[in-house]
Design a protein around this ligand. Structure first.
Ligand SMILES: [Fe+2]
Length: 189
């Protein structure tokens, strides 16, 4: 197995330990969406897609929402801590230094994007939230918080990614209604 293959296996093993039930599925689903958006995505992007939320998998150092007044500040700290966790994992697997640096940078900026590659990761992550996280998030957090989180996620999608999210079919009536409210929320413009 290649160094990058070993690193992917290690990242999956760490995320399997997350207490957030949707995390393992979301990690692989983000990688799947990345490859649908960009079939030629390289190793750094693929590693970052799998690992972008690795912060949430380690209870002792996990960044906590309750410690932040501001949601964006919380998300930035979450991304920074994820990059710090990822770096030694990639180094231990013998991944090339330039790929380590790029993957960690991508994790660090995955919530905000800002260049073509991090924008791709941000889109894949945001689509995946709507694809696999929404329903479990709603069961745990309730309507109001899920609507707030979903509006935040919808606003950060590119036009291309919005089209994909708008065509997601939910089996549950409540989730279809949530998506409809998000798409047609005038304050989103
Ligand atoms: Fe994510």
């Amino acid at each position: 197995m290649s160094n990058v293959g070993r690193a992917k296996r290690k990242i999956r093993a760490v995320i399997a330990g997350s207490r957030v039930p949707e995390d393992p599925r979301h990690a692989d689903n983000t990688l799947e969406w990345l490859l649908r958006l960009e079939p030629d995505a390289g190793d750094a992007l693929q590693l970052a897609a799998l690992a972008h939320d690795i912060d949430r998998a380690i209870e002792e150092t996990k960044v906590r929402r309750a410690d932040f007044d501001d949601y964006d500040a919380f998300k930035a700290a979450h991304a920074r801590n994820g990059a710090e966790i990822l770096r030694p994992i990639l180094n231990a697997c013998g991944v090339a230094g330039n790929i380590v640096d790029e993957a960690c940078h991508l994790v660090e900026v995955h919530e905000v994007g800002g260049d073509p590659r991090s924008d791709l990761l941000k889109d894949a992550d945001s689509i995946s939230y709507f694809d696999v996280n929404l329903s479990l998030y709603y069961q745990r957090e309730g309507w109001a918080e899920t609507k707030r989180r979903s509006l935040w996620g919808y606003r950060r999608l590119s036009a291309r990614a919005r089209k994909i999210v708008e065509n997601i079919n939910y089996g549950e009536e409540a989730m279809s209604r949530m998506l409809h409210e998000i798409i047609y929320d005038k304050s989103a413009e």
